[in-house]
Design a binder for this molecule. Structure first.
Ligand SMILES: Cc1cc2nc3c(=O)[nH]c(=O)nc-3n(C[C@H](O)[C@H](O)[C@H](O)COP(=O)(O)OP(=O)(O)OC[C@H]3O[C@@H](n4cnc5c(N)ncnc54)[C@H](O)[C@@H]3O)c2cc1C
Length: 563
């Protein structure tokens, strides 16, 4: 890796343009052209192999720098440009991506568009750069800057490792792809920041925004507003309100907005839903090598915004009312927005583990889902995972990269019934993972943080205490739809009924006001649709959720045409 910025520039510039080409002469020439035009405001980083460029990106990430544009040569030995860009996206998902080729290689361009969501494809050599290079990079820098997340160079979070709210804040920022830097309140730099912020450190976390604003133990909505995430609707009437920004909601927002509907997507915590928490989704069509949930989410969110959808974060919907032709969606703070139509895409949430000690240690060693921010803290630790389904299996594979040992605690006698074959095979091939079947967690031990677990062998009835610093819980999920009670028909478990499932013996649901039967994804309220995991009898897969989001929009059009 060669960092070509002069020292004075390196000290001041925070946004980098990264270029990689295995031919040293070409690499220098590209960097020279870039430096000539962008060197004053940006740091130009060049590398001569994909591996060296990835190291450079990681270093920039650790330092809290931002990367706006990455230009990669296609034909490089060991790792070609597309393979490099794919890995680079995991580190800087928002950076714009350009592939350089020596001649028109349409196949490579098509691959790159599909695999790495390529922004541009450039032929070398470009002469003059004023005509062929700078207009392209200028446009990419503009779109990068226009991205709602970019104006926030860095947020600082000072907290404590075992403070539950500190974990939640880190998770919230990470899942919303807000760049931040973490400081432990025990360390000198953390203490320096607290004293500069005038905070006594008794209440944590303390968040310092890039503008220097100090927030003590902020709620999600306050935090979102201060770090550049939209929280307030721009209008009070929409064609379509989509509630929940998992794959179903993001799918609905992309199709709704792209088809000209005034669309707002409302999310309680972070875009991506359950899928956003998946370390690797391997069975989503078009990603033969898998895709991380964060990457899929970042792209989908960007796509929805590009088509004109408004995306509101940290807004909890607590009520739905029918006011004549309008559907009113009420937020937790009492405010409301109206729309012609609504798509419920609220998915499911993790079921809580009921055992003494678990509740008080949640966020202090006990976590629901694979909180990715905790993964690195697991380095060298003994980690336990409860659950026998795919989500638990994926987390085991992911956490085994960091932890000393990972033990999967499974209630049933084997994994075969609950987990996909490919994951069982992967787990069997990782020595750090062991599987304990017929095992229940009956207590979590520890005071300020998790120190151990009491496990019960359900076959023999014996119990055993084990040391444990981390417990990740994946024991199924339930729809949190009580707020729809009395408005929309649900099944006994709270899943929303729709279409044919609503019509007993061919008759429309009770109170149904129209002559026609409910459309396929339409609920018991005309104009209110459901998509994804929240729907009764849904498939509980990313692809089906996205598909239902798209299909619900098609039915929204049909509804709007006929009213
Ligand atoms: C760890 C993990 C790994 C997985 N791996 C795979 C995989 O490899 N392949 C696969 O096909 N599937 C996988 N799944 C399942 C897949 O992620 C889900 O089927 C999919 O995410 C469902 O999408 P959804 O949009 O219906 O709901 P969700 O993803 O659950 O999203 C719902 C969203 O709605 C929000 N919300 C809920 N209530 C409200 C409210 N009242 N107001 C505002 N917002 C609200 C939630 O915060 C959430 O963001 C995995 C799931 C998990 C947990």
């Amino acid at each position: 890796m060669t960092i070509t910025a002069p020292e004075s520039e390196a000290r001041t510039a925070r946004t980098a343009i990264v270029t990689v080409d295995d031919d040293p002469g070409v690499s220098r020439a590209v960097a020279r052209d870039l430096r000539r035009h962008y060197g004053e405001e940006h740091r130009i980083v060049r590398a001569e192999s994909g591996g060296a460029a990835l190291d450079a990106l990681k270093e920039l990430k650790l330092r809290g720098d931002l990367v706006a544009v990455i230009l990669a040569d296609y034909r490089m030995p060991q790792m070609n440009g597309i393979e490099f860009l794919e890995q680079a996206m995991d580190i800087f998902p928002a950076a714009r991506r350009v592939l350089l080729t020596a001649y028109a290689d349409t196949g490579a361009a098509i691959d790159a568009i599909n695999l790495v969501d390529l922004d541009h494809y450039l032929l070398k050599p470009w002469d003059p750069p004023e005509e062929k290079l700078y207009p392209v990079v200028d446009a990419l820098l503009d779109t990068w800057l226009a991205d709602a997340r970019q104006p926030v160079p860095e947020t600082k979070v000072v907290g404590h490792r075992w403070s539950a709210r500190s974990s939640e804040v880190r998770e919230f920022l990470a899942r919303n792809q807000v760049p931040y830097r973490w400081y432990s309140a025990d360390e000198p730099e953390g203490q320096r920041l607290l004293s500069a912020a005038g905070a006594d450190g008794l209440v944590l976390p303390v968040v310092i925004t890039p503008d220097g604003e100090v927030l003590v133990e902020p709620a999600d909505a306050e935090l979102a507003g201060r770090v550049g995430l939209a929280t307030t609707p721009s209008r009070d009437f929409y064609d379509l309100v989509v509630i929940g920004a998992g794959p179903a909601g993001l799918g609905a927002a992309v199709y709704g907005a792209s088809e000209g509907l005034k669309t707002v997507l409302v999310e309680r915590t972070a875009t991506g839903g359950q899928a956003g928490q998946s370390s690797r989704i391997e069975n989503y069509l078009g990603f033969p090598d898998g895709v991380s949930g964060a990457q899929l989410t970042a792209r989908a969110r960007r796509q929805a915004i590009r088509f004109g959808a408004e995306v509101l974060t940290a807004r909890d919907v607590v009520g739905l009312e029918v006011n004549g032709p309008a559907r009113s969606v009420r937020f937790a703070d009492g405010s409301a927005i109206d729309a012609h139509t609504v798509i419920l895409a609220t998915g499911v949430s993790y079921r809580q583990l009921n055992a003494p000690g678990v509740e008080s240690l949640t966020g202090r060693g006990v976590f629901y889902g694979s909180t990715l921010t905790e993964a690195t803290a697991c380095a060298g630790q003994e980690v336990y995972i409860v659950g026998g389904a795919n989500s638990a299996g994926q987390a085991a594979v992911y956490l085994a990269r960091h932890a000393q040992s990972v033990t999967l605690l499974v209630r049933g006698p084997s994994l075969e019934k609950s987990m996909s074959y490919y994951l069982i095979q992967q787990i069997a091939g990782i020595p750090a993972i062991s599987v304990r079947t017929c095992t229940d967690v009956v207590a979590a031990l520890g005071e300020d943080h998790l120190k151990g677990l009491t496990l019960r062998d359900s076959a023999g009835g014996t119990t055993q205490d084990v040391e444990a610093q981390y417990l990740f819980v994946f024991i199924g999920a339930a729809p949190l739809t009580d707020w729809l009670d009395g408005v929309v028909a649900r099944d006994a478990r709270g899943f929303v009924l729709s279409g044919p499932d609503l019509s007993a013996e061919g008759k429309p649901p009770r109170g149904w006001p129209l002559d026609r039967a409910p459309y396929h994804l339409e609920t018991s309220v005309p104009g209110v649709f459901v998509a994804g995991d929240a729907r009764a009898e849904s498939a509980k897969r990313v692809a089906s959720a996205v598909g239902e989001g798209a299909m619900a929009v098609m039915l929204v059009h049909r509804y709007l045409e006929k009213t």
